[in-house]
Design a protein around this ligand. Structure first.
Ligand code: PLP
Length: 403
């Protein structure tokens, strides 16, 4: 696993991170942190993790040179790290495999997770089926209605999908109810977080499991090009695919790291989820990081065309990298993302997830400004099959036109 240079013993990346949680959760988190510390360098744990990544998820994923797109844009070479080719179609399974292997070592029998759009729930349900764990997924009642097919997928794989019925009946309520269920039965239950967020040790743990992305990409780029890339670009929701894409390159100062947030319909409050670009530091969901606040300092309403990116906070390590100036955070709009979605589909025959399309949108702007000998790697975090119906609806409503 990654050696941790930036996190201190209390679980802070600079001033970000920490454990801002109710008293009852502290011993549970500390037990988790201690167990993880013990296993993260254990050869048998690492071997088993790598076994499932290879045999179950199909890793290593290719580093693919987009020759057509590169030629059309006339500048830097654009490579894609094909996380869309993982089992279940996204990077999320890298993390669910790692955390469930850890849960088994802790003697836990049950996994609980929350999900918004359902992608993390599906990855969790699949990995629980694989590893013989009882699985409960908490999902806002409104989200369950919006994501019926994902609810059915989870149930097919044996998960119990529970509706969160309080408040707005979406992700925030699902988090609250899943946490309550965890505190109620922490003896037997493992809480599986889906992004590089939450209290310590989750951001570090998720970063380590996702860092397989940059470990592979670095080696593949050295093999194909004989040198490191000039840019690594990834979309940022909670920040797990981005930190996975950055981790192994942080010490390589020549590699520019760029995170792309969703600016949605525009930069007014409520129209975007560009947390690092437009937010300020604050505490929510148990950790300190940049966040988008309303007038009362509460988490602000957020919006993006892609359900995987609309979160009003962000992984704490990204806040630290931003303040250090080591990574740069920019934004792409719904329109830029859908343009990129069509562009990749039509030039390379690869339909990207709408989330990943944000990273790609920035690369489309950057590449033509750079010399032909420059190298850009875009993390293609997921495949777009899940988004095709939404795009089709938008086309039939006249909100979009097929280019
Ligand atoms: C969930 C998801 C994301 C956003 O989550 P991160 O933790 O920011 O990576 C991005 N892309 C895809 C395909 C996803 O499923």
């Amino acid at each position: 696993m990654t050696d941790n240079a930036t996190i201190n013993a209390d679980g802070f990346f600079g001033e970000y991170g920490g454990q801002y949680v109710p008293e009852q959760l502290l011993p549970i988190l500390n037990e988790l942190a201690e167990t993880y510390e013990k296993f993260r360098k254990d050869p048998e744990f690492i071997r088993e993790f790598q076994y499932y990544l290879a045999k179950y998820s199909g890793r290593p994923t290719p580093l693919y040179l987009c020759s057509n797109l590169t030629e059309e844009l006339g500048g830097a070479k654009i490579y894609l790290k094909r996380e869309d080719l993982n089992h279940l179609g996204a990077h999320k399974v890298n993390n669910t495999i790692g955390q469930i292997l850890l849960a088994k070592r802790m003697g836990k029998k049950k996994i609980i997770a929350e999900t918004g759009a359902g992608q993390h729930g599906v990855a969790t349900a699949a990995t629980c089926a694989l590893m013989g764990m009882k699985c409960t997924i908490v999902m806002g009642e409104v989200d369950m209605e919006r994501q019926k097919l994902n609810v059915f997928r989870m149930r097919m794989m044996g998960a119990d999908v529970v509706a969160a019925k309080s408040g707005q009946k979406t992700l925030k309520e699902a988090v609250d109810e899943a946490l309550a269920a965890w505190i109620g039965d922490a003896e037997n239950t493992f809480y599986l977080l889906g992004s590089a967020v939450g209290p310590h040790p989750y951001p570090m743990m998720v970063r380590d499991f996702q860092s397989v992305i940059s470990k592979e990409a670095k080696q593949q780029c050295l093999e194909d090009e004989g040198r490191l890339p000039d840019y690594c670009i990834a979309c940022v929701g909670g920040g797990s695919n981005a930190i996975g894409m950055f981790a192994e390159f942080i010490a390589d100062e020549s590699v520019k790291l760029i995170g792309v947030e969703p600016s949605g319909r525009g930069l007014e409050p409520g129209d975007h989820a560009a947390t690092l670009c437009l937010g300020e530091p604050g505490v929510m969901h148990g950790f300190n990081s940049y966040m988008l606040k309303d007038e009362k300092g509460e988490p602000a309403p957020v919006y993006s065309i892609s359900a995987g990116l609309d979160y009003p906070s962000v992984g704490p390590e990204h806040s630290h990298l931003k303040d250090l100036g080591r990574a740069e955070y920019v934004h792409a709009s719904d329109k830029e993302a859908t343009d990129a979605f069509f562009k990749l589909s039509q030039t390379e025959g690869i339909i990207p997830a709408l989330e990943s399309s944000h990273a790609l949108a920035y690369a489309l702007k950057l590449a033509p400004q750079l010399d032909k000998d420059k190298i850009i790697i875009v993390n293609l975090s997921g495949r777009g099959d899940k988004d095709v119906a939404q795009i089709e609806d938008m086309i039939s409503n006249g909100e979009l036109t097929l280019p």
